[in-house]
Design a protein around this ligand. Structure first.
Ligand code: CP3
Length: 341
């Protein structure tokens, strides 16, 4: 594998002896004026479908902050159109599914598809990124099956996602069918991302943290293992991010992956103790970046000093960076982490 000597890839395997790697979830996005500039000329979908624009916005935060990894610009919901569920990204209110899944029959509308053909723009985007950032580890990604099902069934964002939570209990057999389909397509999609040049892949379990422990095992751990086991022989680090990890951290230890992304609610040292033989990624609260640069520095140093095994730490925020985050705070954070050792 290329780039195996970067601090990021070494940290994924718990073997980093250099500076602590840092990247930021949602690092290409609306807090950056240069992103807003590109976005003013293209819709979000047009942006996701243009390999040249993808490469441009992926490079923006790297040029500004010299982060240690780049992440593909796309969305966890872009594969829903070819799957058979139309998705739109209105400027306000978040993504919407035109015809959400309401009954088991609706699952039949979903189907496998030719990824290289239908999602060529993301794969071409990866190749384009590799041309402009040949030496940066590139993170490919997808949504976890439960998080995807949240949008498929609820039809839009929600705080509690009551509809998907009920659906899995109303229709357990059909849910098993749905989750197998989602897991298999996701594995294939991530596999093509790796073949196109992604150096690692992350599964975003952004909403999985609303499940009961039993359901988390069934609808997060099992599908994640189904996905990650299909990627094992690709020999790239596999990252599982769970938003609200704490109630399930012992169950996540059973996921076959190298790195676990930890949200800001949890003590990352405690997570690292439970997650035997895995690296951890996280977990500064994104709202800290709204404080003064001194405050940001103090909080970052406190966290770094408290960390017991720096060789297996990838520094990140504990969730995505928010629009309107002050740029100077991000600069301070990145410098503080990269100069720590
Ligand atoms: O640098 C990056 O990380 C950019 C790539 C990226 C995007 N979405 C671009 C995007 C990634 C990794 C995602 C993942 C994603 N998408 C998640 C999981 C991450 C998380 O935050 O937990 C989720 C839940 C989604 C679904 C989604 N897409 C939502 C809820 C929204 C609306 C967000 C908002 O704040 O309005 C989107 C749209 C979206 N995806 C934007 C970006 C930059 C904003 C679109 C814009 O430019 O107007």
């Amino acid at each position: 594998m290329a780039l195996e000597n970067t601090n990021f890839i070494k940290a994924c395997y718990g073997k980093n002896d250099g500076s602590i790697p840092i990247w930021i979830m949602r690092q290409a996005g609306r807090y950056l004026p240069e992103y807003l500039e590109v976005r003013s000329k293209a819709t979000f979908k047009e942006l996701c479908q243009s390999p040249e624009l993808i490469a441009e916005v992926v490079k923006q935060p790297i040029d500004r902050f010299n982060l240690d990894a780049a992440i593909l610009f796309s969305d966890i919901l872009t594969f829903l159109d070819p799957l058979g569920a139309e998705v739109t990204f209105p400027d306000k209110g978040g993504p919407k599914i035109t015809d959400p899944i309401e009954t088991p029959d609706d699952i039949d509308k979903l189907h496998k598809f030719d990824i290289e053909k239908e999602l060529h723009f993301a794969l071409d985007g990866i190749k384009e990124i590799k041309k402009v950032l040949p030496n940066k580890p590139l993170i490919g990604f997808a949504g976890s099956p439960f998080t995807i099902s949240c949008y498929l069934i609820e039809g839009q964002g929600s705080k509690s996602f009551d509809k998907p939570k009920k659906f899995i209990h109303q229709y357990p057999d059909d849910s098993a069918r749905l989750f197998e389909l989602l897991a298999d397509i996701t594995a294939e999609y991530l596999s093509t991302q790796i073949d196109a040049g992604a150096d690692t892949v992350q599964l975003f379990g952004s909403w999985d943290g609303i499940l009961s422990r039993d359901d988390f095992y069934e609808y997060t751990v099992k599908p994640a293992n189904r996905i990650f086991r299909k990627l094992k022989d690709k020999n790239v680090p596999r990252i599982m991010f769970v938003n609200n990890l704490a109630p399930y951290v012992d169950l996540v230890n059973e996921i076959d992956c190298e790195v676990v992304g930890v949200d800001y609610r949890m003590d990352i040292n405690y997570a690292a103790k439970v997650l035997t033989n895995k690296s951890v990624q996280g977990n500064l609260d994104p709202s800290i970046l709204f404080g003064s640069p001194e405050h940001v520095q103090e909080k970052a140093v406190k966290q770094l000093e408290s960390f017991e095994n720096l060789d297996r730490l990838i520094f990140n925020l504990g969730h995505g960076i928010q629009p309107k985050t002050p740029i100077e705070s991000v600069e301070t954070l990145v410098k503080t982490v990269q100069n720590f050792r």
